[in-house]
Design a protein around this ligand. Sequence first.
Ligand code: ZN
Length: 167
Amino acid sequence: MKSSEFYTFRGYEIIDREKNVLTPSMEDYLEMIYRMCLEDSNIRMNILAKHLNVRTSSSTKIVQKLAKIGLVNYEPYSLISLTDKGMEVGKFLYERHIIIEKFLFLIGVENTTLKDTELIEHYVSPNLVIKFNQLNRFFMDNKDVLDKYNSYIKTNMENKMSADNQY
Ligand code: ZN
């Protein structure tokens, strides 16, 4: 296991343990804080709020909740930074997002990729994220299969919505 994979795995364990603690909106904040931390490890509340399209007051409330459970460092009017644990969970959330978005892209979702990712990401188990990732890698390593799949859905299945229940 590469060190970055280990990091992600720790995030996976933490989130699995704390799934009743983190709400979808807390996850969105943490994911955004992690993304912003990739550029600068100290974040201003008003800039975070701007990135999330929310008011600074609502942003402050959620960040205080994240601070309470030890994922971010934040005092009133201070800058926001991630704790070690917050870094692990944030990395997992960030990678989960990328894996799901890539999966949707590979199976041919076009205009709604980001929107669908934002909806799905909060409700999949870490195991399913691993499965998506495996399929992504399989498609990337077998481009001929991916091409075959894409031309199959273009010619046979376009806009059909009926399931034929054959297993
Ligand atoms: Zn996301």
